[in-house]
Ligand binder design. Structure first.
Ligand SMILES: Cc1cc2nc3c(=O)[nH]c(=O)nc-3n(C[C@H](O)[C@H](O)[C@H](O)COP(=O)(O)O)c2cc1C
Length: 344
């Protein structure tokens, strides 16, 4: 398969591993790259030293192109972006912030920038800011998908700019890949599917809970980390929705979490105090961090909250990354042949 995305990033298959905190780690990123796709290292929970080490580790595990994500709203993200630029990371995925200054510097060494967007307005802005491609996250997605479904959002964004689009949210097999290409996208991203593989560091108990879950077993709410977010339906997730954010607890836990994660505490506090809106967002995010880590790393679904997409309901196995990618490409080709016969 050849699309503008495969050519832009120099990859074999139009399949992307998006950034997932604690999951899109060097081993998983490299596994996806070695299987012919491309992955974004998640730098959210990493400080600058850890980001640099992770980039070096990916380079040891693969000689293929790879990328890394920065969520500019998060404290420490700009510093991590500086490290990625210094290390000349081939692709930088920017979300929740302006990508102009990153694009200018990344282009100087021949790198590429892909901006994550969920609205036509942000898509047009990212194009003006110099992004080379767009990653579009529909409502079915794990975590922060749009209010609009992938089926409608993808063609809307394809129409809004001239940039090649990676469709994300609800993809887990080759039928999905064929559908995304039909909608005008030039690659898919698979978060839930690739997080449910042998190489994924998600705790086995959490993976198993996802295998057993149905397409209805997710909750979409803005009461976990302050942004609209999709998670696995568990007692803790329901409780979090009921209780909402405890600002007092968040103000106490936020700095503690920042210390544990070696995030710049001063910046976090300044961010919190600068404007009430920021304060709420950061407070939400810092308390959500712990719950997400509990489910992902420790398999604790009593205290933890796990990010997952609706596609989990169609996933019934935990294969290797290569098996998922090979199977997805083969199924997409079969779907194309099947549709070709129907269109005659
Ligand atoms: C377990 C898990 C953890 C995730 N963590 C993050 C995260 O830390 N930050 C983020 O912006 N998106 C996160 N995501 C969302 C993905 O980047 C991606 O947008 C989403 O998984 C795509 O939808 P899909 O799951 O239907 O493939 C996560 C997704 C999963 C499944």
């Amino acid at each position: 398969m050849e699309t503008r995305i495969t050519k832009l990033f120099g990859i074999k298959h139009p399949i992307i591993l998006p950034g997932m905190s604690w999951i899109s780690v060097p081993e998983l990123v490299a596994a996806v790259c070695n299987a012919g796709g491309i992955g974004w290292l998640a730098t959210g929970p990493l400080n600058t030293e850890q980001t640099r080490e992770s980039v070096k580790k990916i380079r040891k595990l693969t000689d293929k192109p790879f990328g890394a994500g920065v969520t500019l709203l998060m404290p420490g993200a700009r510093e991590n972006a500086e490290v990625l630029i210094e290390e000349k990371v081939p692709v930088i995925n920017v979300s929740l912030g302006k990508c102009d200054w990153i694009a200018e510097r990344v282009h100087k060494y021949g790198g590429k920038v892909i901006a994550t967007v969920t609205t036509e307005k942000h898509a047009r802005a990212a194009e003006k800011q110099g992004a080379d491609a767009l990653q579009v996250t529909g409502n079915e997605a794990a975590a922060h998908g749009s209010q609009v479904t992938t089926l409608v959002l993808t063609p809307a964004i394809v129409r809004a700019t001239k940039l090649p689009v990676v469709a994300i949210g609800g993809f887990g097999d080759g039928n999905g890949l064929a559908a995304a290409l039909a909608l005008g996208a030039e690659a898919i991203g698979m978060g839930t599917r690739l997080s449910m593989t042998k190489e994924s560091p998600v705790h086995e108990m959490t993976k198993q809970a996802q295998v057993e879950a149905s397409i209805e077993d997710t909750l979409y709410s803005d009461r976990f980390d302050g942004l609209w977010c999709r998670v696995l339906k568990t007692p803790q997730a329901k409780k979090s929705i009921r209780q909402g954010i405890n600002l007092f607890k968040a103000m106490i836990e936020g700095p503690q979490i920042a210390r544990e994660l070696k995030l710049p505490l001063f910046k976090l506090m300044m961010g919190m105090l600068a404007q009430p809106e920021n304060m709420m967002k950061l407070a939400h995010m810092s308390t959500a961090f712990r719950k997400i880590q509990a489910a992902t790393e420790y398999g604790d679904l009593k205290k933890g909250v796990h990010l997952t997409g609706q596609i989990q309901g169609l996933i019934s196995d935990i294969p290797t990354v290569k098996e998922v990618i090979d199977r997805t490409v083969k199924e997409a080709q079969e779907a194309y042949a099947r549709m070709g016969k129907m269109m005659k």
